[in-house]
Every structure is written in C-alpha cells, then in structure tokens.
Design a protein around this ligand. Structure first.
Ligand SMILES: Cc1cc2nc3c(=O)[nH]c(=O)nc-3n(C[C@H](O)[C@H](O)[C@H](O)COP(=O)(O)OP(=O)(O)OC[C@H]3O[C@@H](n4cnc5c(N)ncnc54)[C@H](O)[C@@H]3O)c2cc1C
Length: 362
C-alpha cells in the first residue's frame, strides 16, 4: 500500500512513522521541509489537565499522554537517537486572590477525577521552587505532566520513519483528487497513491479538495528560548500570563502569545517584550539569562478547538489529521495511531468519534 502524507510537522511525521512501521510505503511531502511550521515554535508541553478545556479535549489529551512513554521509547530506539522527554510535573502558580481562586477550583475538579495533585500555599510553592517570584500566593502541582523537546522528537521521527523506508521530499501540494488511486497535484508534478493524509496544519484549507475546504485557521504563537547555566526550576511552571519549560541543559522556553493575525509568521517586538516581562514575573532570575532565540508559529485551530482526524466521509482515499491547535505535540502519537489503525487495519478506535471530519462536511 502506498500513502502520501501532506505536511511534515509533528503530526505528519508521527503518522509517517506509524504507517511505515506497519509496512506502508510512505511518501511525505512538505513545501518547506520537516518541522518548519507550528511545530518549530512549540513548547512541547504535555499538560492535558491544564489545557483540556472541554470534556472531549480532556479525554483526547489524557489518552494522548498515556501513549507518550511507549511512543518515545519506540521512536528513540528506531531512530537510534535520544529524545529530550521528562515527566517532571507542572506547578501552576497564583499571584493574587482571583488566580488562587482558580487554582482552588481546579483542585476540586482534579479531586473529582481522581488525578494525583497537591494544592500549595505560596510558601510551600516557593519551598518547592526557590527561584519563584516572592509574591506567589498559591500553587497547584500535577506530577503526571511533562514535556518533550520538540526538535529532538521531530528529528528522531524523520530518522525512524526513513529507516523504515519512508521518503521525504520538498514540494507544495495544490490539489487532491479523491478516487482510487488518489491523485495529488504538486509543484513537482502529479503523484498517485492508494491514500493521502492531509496533515498540513494551518495551511490545510489552501489545498483544493474537490470543492471542499478544511476549516482550519491560523492562530499565531510566539515563544522565547533563553539559556541559563542550569535549570532555574524543576517543574514546568504555569502562571496566568505565561509558562516556563526548563530543559536539562539550562534552556528555558517562555511561552506564548495567542494572536489572531492571519498567516503572519513574524516574531514581533511587542510579542518578545511581553514574554520577557511575563517570564521574569514568574522567575526573576530569567533577567540574567542569555537570549537564544524567539520563534513564532501558526497553531491550526478549528471552530470547536478539536482536531479533524480520520477518513473523509465523501472523498475516497482521503484522510485528515489537522486542526490540532494548542495540542498537536501532545496528540501526535494518538493521532498517528488513530489514522494508522483506520487506514491500514480498518479499525476505528472510540476516540475517533470525537474528531471525525464529517462534522465539518469533509
Ligand atoms: C508558541 C507555540 C507553543 C505551542 N506549545 C505547545 C505545547 O506546549 N504542546 C502542544 O501539544 N502543542 C503546542 N503547540 C501547538 C503545536 O505546535 C501544533 O498543534 C502542532 O505543531 C501542529 O502540528 P502540525 O504538524 O499539524 O502542523 P505544522 O507543524 O504547522 O506542520 C504543517 C506542515 O505542512 C506543510 N504544508 C502546509 N501546506 C502545505 C502544502 N500545500 N503542501 C506541502 N506542505 C504543506 C507546512 O510547511 C508545515 O511544515 C504550540 C504552538 C505554538 C505556536
């Protein structure tokens, strides 16, 4: 079986790897090369109990997190390369009564779900993380959370998929004609395959699909990459306005803006200024960090903030894996498994019911 994957972000690469493992002949096509879309700017946090804003997203996120240990060990071993991945937990912090009230609400919700966590006073939070701002009034720790270094994950996925026979090429896909075989029009000429997976992130709607359009819009996020000689904190730290992700080498990611600015991938002065201020408000020692890089990416959002995953109901051989908005890294292993199960084995996991393309007429 031959499958074309359009888009080599974390979602397309995870799918390519999973299909290649199952013996599919995979061709990944990206207009720019692997990992240069939203994936490049991602903080890589794996935090479903903070970001699961709806019951469906929470269910998907928890399921996604459950897959991570095994997924990372498989990809790392198949690629022969280490992946920065740590389940170090999150520490959410409050600076005032209103923010502390929100943490108390989350505490009750987590207790009702039976999720291990602890609600802390400001003093307890600072005992746990001495580098925190002295004005912190409360904290909430969730040990199950973690992060993955997205660049290391992406390189390993490309290497592991390539070792399993997947081919990667650079070309822009204009149009897809669903039929048997599926026809894919690219800047490098027309290609055919048994199936095609649209994993083109925010740009998915720009591909001509027999008069239909994937309803995905871009939401820009900017993120800073700073460096200290050692990690200033031992948890992923979340404040009301920003979060910090501490890597083992002393790198700290500070994210992120959420901006409705269309297809504008620029890093801006005001975005960087805001993140520097908000980051220092969480951990003042960041004022002394080296500035490594600022990155921007376009998160692919849908109207219900859930991804679009699985076989098209109307175009034979066309599958979607797009619209992952703020959770594409968290959901990449789950998405890859859902697509591969359906495409290769004709098996539909129950999570697919939450994300079907037909809810948008696809
Ligand atoms: C600042 C920021 C922080 C984030 N933090 C997190 C986080 O902590 N945890 C988390 O889970 N998620 C996070 N996200 C979200 C996550 O990064 C995205 O959901 C994820 O990267 C989407 O991956 P993707 O592969 O669908 O899209 P992309 O990474 O955008 O990849 C799409 C690819 O398709 C290619 N493409 C597009 N159109 C075409 C075409 N017509 N032909 C050929 N190729 C095409 C593009 O070149 C691109 O490489 C964050 C995002 C941002 C911006």
């Amino acid at each position: 079986m031959k499958v074309i994957v359009v888009g080599a972000g974390v979602v397309g690469c995870a799918i390519a790897y999973e299909l290649a493992v199952r013996g599919v002949q995979v061709h990944v096509i990206d207009g720019r090369g692997p990992g240069l879309g939203a994936t490049r700017a991602s903080a890589g946090m794996l935090t479903p109990y903070i970001e699961g804003h709806s019951a469906a997203l929470l269910q998907l996120g928890v399921c996604g997190l459950e897959q991570y240990d095994r997924f990372i060990s498989r990809v790392s071993s198949d690629a022969g390369a280490p992946i920065e991945y740590r389940r170090i937990g999150t520490l959410q912090i409050a600076h005032d009564d209103a923010e502390a009230g929100k943490l108390a609400e989350e505490d009750r919700a987590l207790s009702a779900m039976g999720v291990a966590h602890s609600l802390l006073s400001g003093r307890e939070a600072r005992q746990l993380e001495p580098a925190l701002d002295a004005r912190v009034t409360a904290g909430l720790r969730i040990p199950a959370h973690g992060y993955v270094g997205v660049q290391s994950l992406l390189s390993a996925l490309v290497e592991a998929a390539t070792r399993r026979g997947a081919e990667f090429s650079v070309a822009h896909v204009h149009a897809i004609d669903g039929a048997a075989p599926v026809r894919v029009e690219t800047t490098g000429g027309a290609l055919s395959a048994d199936a095609v997976v649209v994993a083109a992130g925010s740009w998915s709607g720009g591909i001509v699909l027999a008069g239909r359009q994937a309803p995905v819009r871009p939401v820009r996020g900017q993120l800073l990459h700073l460096r200290l000689s050692e990690p200033p904190v031992s948890h992923v730290v979340w404040g009301a306005a920003a979060y910090l992700v501490p890597w083992q080498d002393g790198s700290v990611l500070v994210g992120a803006t959420v901006e409705d600015v269309g297809f504008d991938e620029r890093v801006t002065v005001s975005g960087v200024r805001r993140l520097l201020d908000d980051g220092e408000r969480l951990v003042p020692a960041l004022g002394n960090a080296a500035f490594h890089e600022a990155r921007a990416g376009l998160r692919p959002a849908t109207a219900d903030e859930l991804p679009i995953i699985g076989a098209s109901s109307s175009m034979r051989g066309v599958y979607f894996a797009t619209g992952h908005y703020r959770s594409g890294v968290l959901l990449a292993p789950l998405t890859a498994a859902l697509v591969a199960d359906q495409l290769v084995d004709g098996r539909e996991r129950r999570e697919l019911a939450l994300v079907r393309p037909d809810r948008f007429g696809l």
